[in-house]
Design a binder for this molecule. Structure first.
Ligand SMILES: Cc1ncc(COP(=O)(O)O)c(C=O)c1O
Length: 365
């Protein structure tokens, strides 16, 4: 019998890495991944079904997804040349790091923030430098100065990329445009503002794109558009950046049905805003309900709330909620988030189920 062959190891950065995923449990109330609790409008689904008959499935799709990108550009009042789309905003971020990160380059994040902002740079061989948020979980000008100064000490052209996330996942806080502008003026490379939850907030960095060529704003169809299963996200950026992103994209990376679905979804802006309004109302109700139960909360402008139950470990709280068929996200291992969990705002019935399960936690049952 031949000797068992040893497999080649993956690159060092990858070998030491764990795959990123949230647990997918078979529970009745899933409030752990910040999805929209409602499906997209029936009219959208009907239009999409009609579109299937129109798509030439034997042909490759439009390589540069021009109609979809034009529709996204119209939504934000920017030219098609400023829009790049890919399979989820995570893939948009991956393309950004493939083009602008890599060995010898550095990305800056401010923790605690979205884990993929570190994970994707590491996958692409990009060094990660982590700054800290202040006690309110906001990025301060002093910290920006400190971090950018420190990174530039070894390489004046570094960092290649600075990530901001607004509203920030998992804290729900929104950065002021002043701080975004401060970073834009100081950073030598790209500033990526991840606005996956942008429609829940009162301000967006998109208005700064015309004045700042180094700004990239990333958005997704996964949250406010109720289309997480579709896997579609996009960036608004300088046309030169968009060209670079196409250079690192696989040919025909966006399939024809997805391009059509994204374009059709943009015909339902009013439904999207109504859905966001309903979620904001529910978020405020949840914030009040958690406060009245003396649960510690972080004020949120997103569709999720970071909370901590005094005197109980996050692990025990999570277990008890799951025992009541409710899943939330345990974030207690994140930097500066000891004891914290994150609940996504669901339908009124799902939120009631969460509060009832939380009452069981508080009663110790
Ligand atoms: C801040 C942030 N950015 C990006 C994403 C990824 O979104 P997508 O589904 O578009 O890849 C998420 C998903 O949770 C997120 O929280």
């Amino acid at each position: 019998m031949s000797e068992e062959r040893r497999l080649i190891a993956p690159r060092d950065e990858v070998a030491s890495m764990e795959a990123y995923f949230s647990p997918q449990l078979d529970v009745s109330v899933r409030l752990n991944t910040n999805e929209a609790p409602e499906p997209p409008p029936a009219g959208f689904v009907a239009e999409l079904l009609g579109e299937i008959n129109e798509v030439a499935l034997n042909r490759y799709p439009d390589r540069v997804a021009v109609e979809l990108r034009r529709a996204i550009g119209a939504l934000h009042g920017v030219d098609v040349s400023q829009v790049y789309a890919a399979n989820g905003s995570n893939e948009v971020i991956q393309s950004l790091l493939l083009a602008y990160g890599g060995p010898g380059r550095t990305a800056v994040v401010f923790e605690p923030t979205y884990a993929l902002h570190s994970h994707i740079p590491r996958i692409t061989g990009t060094k990660v430098f982590a700054g800290e948020r202040d006690k309110e979980y906001l990025v301060s000008a002093d910290e920006v100065d400190r971090v950018l100064g420190e990174v530039a000490r070894t390489d004046p052209a570094a960092p290649a990329v600075v990530f901001l996330c607004s509203p920030n996942n998992p804290t729900g806080r929104v950065e002021s445009l002043d701080i975004v502008q401060h970073v834009l003026e100081l950073a030598p490379g790209l500033v990526i503002v991840d606005e996956a939850y942008g429609q829940f907030a009162l301000r967006s960095a998109i208005e700064l794109t015309s004045a700042h060529r180094n700004l990239v704003v990333v958005r997704t169809f996964s949250k406010t558009w109720s289309l997480a299963a579709l896997r579609l996200g996009y960036a608004i950026a300088d046309p030169e950046v968009v060209d670079a992103l196409f250079s690192v994209s696989l040919p025909y990376h966006l399939d024809a049905l997805k391009q059509a679905a994204g374009r059709i979804a943009l015909g339902y802006v009013d439904d999207m805003h109504d859905r966001v309004r309903r979620l904001v109302d529910e978020r405020e109700r949840l914030l009040d309900s958690l406060g009245s139960r003396l649960v510690e909360v972080v004020p949120s402008q997103a569709n999720f709330i970071l909370f901590r139950v005094p005197g109980q470990s996050a692990h025990d709280v999570w277990d008890t909620l799951v025992a009541h068929s409710v899943i939330v996200r345990d974030l207690s291992t994140y930097a500066d988030l000891e004891g914290f969990l994150r609940v996504t705002v669901g339908t009124p019935a799902e939120n009631d189920a969460f509060l009832a399960a939380l009452d069981a936690v508080l009663a110790g049952s």
